[in-house]
Design a protein around this ligand. Structure first.
Ligand code: RIB
Ligand code: CA
Length: 314
């Protein structure tokens, strides 16, 4: 029996972030969540830090350490997404306010201290929101970059374009300077772009199988998804909304669900028209360094089967 993989989840919950965190909680044999670090993104930091603790208490995981992190991008005004996630960022179910405390200390310092104290190559960073905390940690402690096993991130898009602008996906758009620092850092990146997540629609039959689990976490998740998907159903006219963030955790559990290739990825940080765009050299038309494993294809039925099976274990 191998040791569970040590991970830090950096997140801006967000209903889809909640699904990712719950997938990790339902996989205790494989994943050891060393901590959850929150960042401003979908909603302001006060809400993302509240929501992370609500999710922990919903899943009876008050043991998990939750830290608050950056309340704004490195160099820009915060852009949020209440239009998608609701005012609180976790609209849908009615859940009690958290009673577990935030940990003292900042997310960035927790990331640095954990990477320095754990053996080199032992910790995986799982990012579900803007990359502000990660960029700050790499700037403050460059020595930790080489200590990261892998950084698996939800963000970006290439043939699929953007979702917050025609060119940019939300997580990258909120803090393009942070994304630029991370993609230039040399850390081993696995990228889950919209090209993958837009294949993962919360179709009625899939949500019905989650509802049939019948536990409080599953019930709350269904109510979150029913709220979260309304915006994208309206926008795309699709059967359900794309489920973004759980792809990061699913990759750690069943990487064979995904297919992609090593590519060069660079971030647009200047053009007003395309700021936040992830420029992915999928066809290798340049000799730029292939700094990320970019996923493009996913087994959607396998993904939702994993989600449902693991939600039932929480
Ligand atoms: O573009 C989708 C991403 O932005 C997801 O992580 C969602 O939670 C939002 O943060
Ligand atoms: Ca997110």
């Amino acid at each position: 029996m191998t040791e569970p993989r040590k991970i830090i989840i950096d997140t801006d919950p967000g209903q889809d972030d909640a699904a990712a965190i719950m997938l990790a909680f339902g996989s205790r044999d494989e994943l050891n969540v060393l901590g959850i670090t929150t960042v401003a993104g979908n909603v302001p930091l006060s809400y993302t830090s509240r929501n992370a603790r609500i999710i922990c208490e919903l899943c009876e995981r008050r043991d998990v350490k939750v830290f608050a992190g950056a309340d704004a991008p490195l160099a820009r005004k915060l852009v949020t997404a209440e239009h998608v996630h609701g005012k609180t960022g976790l609209d849908g179910p009615s859940l009690p306010e958290p009673t577990m405390p935030l940990q003292p200390g900042h997310s960035v310092d927790f990331i640095i201290e954990t990477l320095r104290s754990e053996p080199e190559g032992a910790v995986t960073l799982c990012t579900l929101g803007p990359l502000t905390n990660i960029a700050l940690a790499f700037q403050k402690a460059p020595d930790i970059v080489a200590r990261v096993r892998e950084l698996v991130m939800m963000g970006g898009g290439f043939f699929e374009g953007g979702n917050i602008t025609p060119a940019a996906e939300f997580n990258i758009y909120v803090d393009p300077e942070a994304a630029d620092i991370v993609f230039r850092s040399g850390v081993p990146i696995v990228m889950m772009p919209l090209d993958v997540t837009h294949q993962l629609l919360t179709r009625k039959d899939r949500v019905a199988r989650m509802a049939a689990i019948g536990t409080p976490p599953a019930k709350a998740m269904v109510e979150m998804l029913e709220f979260f998907e309304r915006f994208d159903i309206e926008k795309y006219g699709s059967d359900g909304g794309p489920l973004h963030d759980p792809t990061v955790i699913a990759y750690l559990l069943q990487p064979e669900l995904f297919k992609g290739r090593d590519c060069n990825v660079e971030i647009e940080v200047t053009s007003e028209l395309t700021v936040g765009m992830t420029v992915v050299d999928w066809w290798h038309v340049t000799d730029r360094k292939r700094n990320a494993k970019v996923m493009r294809f996913v087994d959607a039925d396998g993904f939702f089967a994993l989600l449902t099976e693991r939600f039932a274990r929480i």
